[in-house]
Write a new protein. Structure first.
Ligand code: PD2
Ligand code: ZN
Length: 293
């Protein structure tokens, strides 16, 4: 769990001075990994209130997004497990590195899958799609909700020889054990389909998260592979980092949000921008702390 060091002290006083609300600051600290009670006490102290009192909060002025933007210096960026170099040998294939970002840790790859492999993944998935769900943070159950307009299917890890080859290549590229991976998910978005900004990790303060972390622990990193060229829109966006990645067939975006100290990086807030022309197919791998499934 993070501690209130000099950078957090600066963050607390600058957000008090900017007129932020108590609740939005507590939320931002909890999202950065503080326990709710500890965050509440620190924020109340910063406002000159008795940390133990449950008094009324000053009015909300700033959004949570604005707060999170100023908080990430407390996440310690340790070394990514992904190999160095401009070309990475991933099990059976050479994968090109197109871009690396250190804060947040994002890597864009080219040619993770061949065009034929992309087509095969789409064809075997096309007839098995179901409307996608999102984890309800309160209950941990999967709900169909409006911020995710796509359809998808899951493949069991190593389900057949083709899927096993994909699992092994991806695990080698992410340099994380194949056993720690969730099964591959295929998603299809039609025109206007989108996935609004979210975190792929399970927020530790939300009661529904425990259901998902009971097996395998927290998610640590994601690889989103694009299975087709999207003619217009459909980028993967990182609004806190001001970055977007275009959907190019066979390419992929990797991002890592849990470090060796088990901190979670709020800069990895990300989404799938609305598809403005054509459709969009992706394949996603989420890696866990420990063996999964
Ligand atoms: O479709 C995407 O680009 C996208 C963006 C963010 C997918 C996901 N997240 C996801 O499946 O978690
Ligand atoms: Zn996501």
């Amino acid at each position: 769990m993070p501690v209130v060091d000099a950078s957090w002290e600066a963050w607390l006083s600058s957000n008090v001075a900017r007129g932020c609300s108590v609740d939005s600051m507590i939320d931002a600290m909890v999202q950065a990994g503080f326990a709710t009670e500890a965050a509440r006490a620190e924020v109340r102290r910063a406002f000159g209130m008795n940390p133990a009192d449950a008094g009324a909060a000053p009015a909300a002025e700033a959004t949570e997004a604005a707060l999170v933007k100023t908080a990430p210096q407390t996440y310690q960026y340790d070394e990514s497990p992904v190999a160095r170099g401009n070309v990475i040998r991933a099990h059976d294939r050479d994968v090109r590195v197109l871009m690396r970002c250190e804060r947040p840790q994002v890597i864009v790859f080219g040619d993770v899958l061949s065009p034929d492999e992309c087509d095969e993944m789409i064809e075997r998935s096309r007839h098995r799609l179901k409307r996608s769900t999102t984890v309800n943070p309160a209950t941990g159950k999967e709900d169909v909700i409006r911020n995710r307009t796509s359809e998808g299917i899951w493949y069991q890890r190593g389900e057949d020889a083709f899927i096993e080859k994909m699992d092994r290549r991806i695990s080698s590229l992410m340099n994380w054990p194949v056993e720690n991976g969730e099964g591959l998910q295929i998603l299809h978005y039609g025109t206007t389909g989108e996935y609004r900004p979210h975190f792929d990790y399970f927020p530790p303060d939300q009661p529904g998260s425990a259901v998902h972390t009971a097996q395998g622990g927290q998610r640590v990193s994601t690889l989103v592979i694009y299975l087709n060229d999207v003619p217009d829109g459909g980028e993967t966006i990182f609004p806190e980092a001001g970055m977007s990645v275009a959907a190019v067939k066979g390419g992929a975006v990797y991002f890592r949000y849990m470090n060796g100290q088990r901190q979670l990086d709020p800069l990895t807030l990300h989404g799938g921008a609305p598809v403005l022309g054509g459709d969009k197919w992706i394949m996603t791998k989420w890696m866990r702390e420990r063996a999964y499934g």
